[in-house]
Every structure is written in C-alpha cells, then in structure tokens.
Design a protein around this ligand. Structure first.
Ligand code: GLC
Length: 461
C-alpha cells in the first residue's frame, strides 16, 4: 500500500507537521496531522474543540501514538502533561483541567477533588479511565528504539505507581481483577451494559447544566436520566471524600470490566518488558506477580460460555452482566484467551456472526451487539463504531494470527475515516437511507486522527 505521507518524514523518522510541509492539506494524512496540530494546546491535546476542551486520560495515550508519527517530542509532552495530574497515591484521573473552558460539564468545581487528601495541585476529575500508558510506551519504544529509553526511564516510576494503586486499592478479592466505580471510568460511557445498574439506582434529579448537547445532536448522546445517575455517583464519591475504602464498600456501581482489566494487563506487559531493559528488578517482580494473578482469574470469572465472549462482573450484586460489547473482544489484545477460545469467539461474532451480520451488514466493529434489542446504531456507545476500540481489536486479532479479519477491521476503519472524516463515532450499518450520514459526534476528533496515522502504517497485505 502506498502511504503518501511517508514522503514527508524528517531525519528523526517523524512526519513533518502541516505547517512544515509544502503539501499542506493535499491528503488525508496531512489533514489528520492538522487535526492534531489544531487540538494541541501548549503541551497536551484536547480530544475535540468545544465538546471535550481539557486533557483526557486514555485519549492522551492514543493521541501520543499519533504524535509519535509526527513529532515524538510532542508524544512525550502529551504523556508528561497527563502525569502532572497524578494523585499522591498513584491514582491517574480521567480529566486534567490544565486550562479553563466553559464548554464542558461537569467542570472542576463539580468534581471538587480537594476533598481528597491525595489530590495534586492541578485541578482534576476524581475518577479514572482505562490504563493505556504502559502499552503506549512500549509501542513508542518499538518505533523509536533506544532514543526513547531516557523518556521511558523518566515516566516508568509514575506508571508503576499507577498500576500499584489499582492493584492495591481496587482489587477487593485479591484476584487480580480491579473494579471501576463509574461508567466514565470504562470509557464506554452509556453502553447498554449499565442499564441493569441504573435500574437498581434511585438517583435524585439534578439541575443538569449539560453542554454536550449544545455541541452535538442529543439523539446521539446519553439521555438526561443517564446523566443524573452519572452525577449522582460523583456526588456520592464526594460525600466520601474520594476514599477508596468507602467507594469499594458502598458504591452502587462496582464493576469488573473486561476492557479496563485487559488494558491493564497489556500495560503490565509493556512495563515488564521496559522495566527489564531499565533494570527495575523489584518493580518487574511485582508486576509479574500481579500479571500472574490477573491471568489466573480473568478467563474463569469473565468469560461467558453462553455468549462466547468476555462479559462484565457486577461486584455489588455478585452477578455476571450477560451482554456483549466491543470491549468483550479486547482480551485478545492482552493474550488472555486460549487459541481455542479465541477461535470460538471469532467464529461466533465475526464472519457472518453477530457483529458482522448476514451478508456483511455491518462495518466492524459495532460497540454493542447488533442482535440485541438495546442496540442503537446512532447513539454513542450503544452501537456506533469507535476508532480506538477498532485499533485495539485489530492488534488483538493480529496477536492470535487472524490476519484476514484484522485487515478487515483496519480497512473498515480506514474506509469510514476516509469517506466521512475524523468524526468521533460512526453508524455501523453499511446501508443507510439516502441522505443519512454515518458520522456522528464531534468532528476533528483527536484519537480518530491519531489512530488513522497509526493504522496507515500497518499494511497487512
Ligand atoms: C467520551 C468518551 C470517552 C472519551 C471522552 C473524551 O466521554 O466516551 O471514552 O475519553 O469522550 O474523548
């Protein structure tokens, strides 16, 4: 495959930024670079102008991969900036408010994290997001080699502290499976999986000052009632001063999520490999113990023979939540299933299975099971395709040798981005009524652009 962008590399093997190239705006790679450049804010990248005007945790990891192709110094700055928001107990929040903006709710005053004795000087949110930095660092190392080792040495202690926090404070039964206590921690905000949790919650009504629906169509966003549950959880955590022990004992939302835990394990792998190169023996030994414990329990507890995929465990109500989302397949990325289970999962859900549909009705990969009644192809995490989940699935499939299917995921992703632009999420149905668009949510969305730059570097054929 010809990668036109490849002509625009500098001596450090990074692509030139649009402002440095005479071919400005000539092609999609240049356009992707421009999206990142426009969203860059003195040291970090916002996910999307207006809609998400601060620094988000897992977005920054994916964005750093994109910057790695343009200017590796920016990839490093992105990660350093995120770590400025790290709490004293190792916790890494889901938003860092470096800047001021009125276009997002809930802002720093609602979070009020000063109630925690561990809060840093920076203003942050009080919940986290999937831990991607460990594997992001490894991917950057694989692309930049020894030139990245000083940076790896610089951030390794912070990333180790982050994993230590998760295994120390969020693994209630010592089974190597950590919990999330808020739907925003999953990254898949309004997946139908949570519907069963909301049903059991009697959240009060709040005077919501939502800003998201001023930027994009409310029909493609979570409902107001869902937002009341989200805010209610925040109010509970505040009333407990963000103390982990109280959250673990009382939060009505307490889930072992296959996506969050798989990414933690894949990040463990990255840190173990880099830690060995850096001579951090004590930390490597601890990481290996955690990894072993996680591996021992993950499959047993989260695999659903019924659904032939990984599902969610509701710790508060001690039950499996039998629903399949794109998160259900990400354990492939961390090497968790046996080859036989991986084959079972792939046969059941792809290639005319549930997620492909008969006659290849859907782009891969819908964020929620298209055969479910709750599937909603236009509403955020209730059906649309998301580029970051596709990137993880692509690498997961490659890891197990499903090269043809991986290539299909890559091609579907590129097709959506090439035809409709760097949107936040996409309708998975191939055939839409005329006049309908596939592209939803924010435009010029950073991780869509960043991962586009990464995916065009992986021609399989
Ligand atoms: C939405 C997504 C979340 C992402 C954030 C910023 O809340 O659901 O995963 O991190 O936007 O892009």
């Amino acid at each position: 495959m010809e990668v036109p962008f490849g002509r625009l590399k500098n001596r450090k093997n990074c692509y030139l930024l649009p402002s440095q190239t005479p071919l400005m705006q000539t092609g999609l790679p240049e356009k992707a670079a421009e999206v990142l450049q426009n969203n860059w804010q003195h040291g970090f990248t916002i996910p999307c102008e207006g809609l998400y005007p601060f620094q988000w945790n897992w977005d920054s990891g994916f964005i750093a991969l994109g910057w790695g192709h343009l200017d590796v110094e920016r990839a490093k700055m992105e990660i350093r900036s995120l770590l400025l928001g790290q709490w004293q107990n190792g916790f890494l929040p889901h938003i860092v408010f470096h800047n001021e903006a009125e276009t997002y709710f809930p802002g720093p005053d609602v979070w009020d994290v000063g109630r925690s004795r561990f809060a840093p000087e920076k203003k942050t949110s009080g919940i986290t997001q999937p831990p991607v930095l460990g594997f992001v660092l490894e991917f950057l190392y694989d692309r930049h080699g020894d030139a990245l080792m000083d940076f790896a040495a610089e951030v390794f202690p912070a990333l180790y502290a982050w994993h230590a926090y998760l295994y120390t404070h969020r693994d209630l039964h010592n089974e190597g499976l950590v919990y999330i206590c808020h739907n925003w921690e999953a990254g898949t905000d309004n997946t139908p999986v949570w519907d069963a949790i909301w049903e059991g919650m009697d959240s009060p009504s709040y005077d919501l000052n939502r800003r998201d629906t001023q930027h994009v169509d409310a029909a493609n966003r979570p409902s107001n009632r869902e937002y009341e549950h989200y805010i209610h959880l925040v109010e509970l955590f505040k009333s407990w001063d963000y103390e982990d022990a109280k959250i673990g004992a009382n939060s009505p939302f307490l889930i072992q999520d296959p996506l969050f835990n798989a990414l933690l394990m894949r990040s463990n792998e990255g840190l173990i490999r880099l830690g060995k190169l850096l001579g951090r023996e004590a930390e490597v030994a601890r990481l290996e113990q955690w990894q072993e414990r996680s591996l021992k329990h993950f499959h047993k507890k989260l695999y659903s023979p019924l659904n032939k995929a990984y599902v969610y465990y509701d710790l508060r109500n001690e039950r499996k939540l039998e629903a399949v989302s794109s998160s259900s397949f990400i354990p492939l990325f961390a090497g968790i299933p046996s080859p036989a289970i991986a084959r079972e999962m792939v046969a059941h859900h792809f290639d005319r299975g549930r997620f492909s549909g008969s006659r290849d009705a859907y782009y891969l990969c819908a964020s929620f099971d298209p055969t479910s009644e709750a599937f909603d192809p236009g509403r955020y995490w209730r059906g649309p395709v998301w580029v970051n989940l596709n990137w993880l699935l692509y690498h997961g499939l490659l890891r197990y040798g499903f090269g043809r299917l991986a290539e299909k995921v890559r091609k579907d992703t590129l097709e959506l981005l090439e035809q409709y632009g760097f949107y936040e999420y996409f309708d998975p149905r191939r055939q839409l009524d005329s006049g309908k668009t596939h592209a939803y949510g924010g435009n010029n969305f950073s991780w869509s652009a960043a991962l586009y730059l990464d995916l065009i570097q992986h021609p399989e054929s």
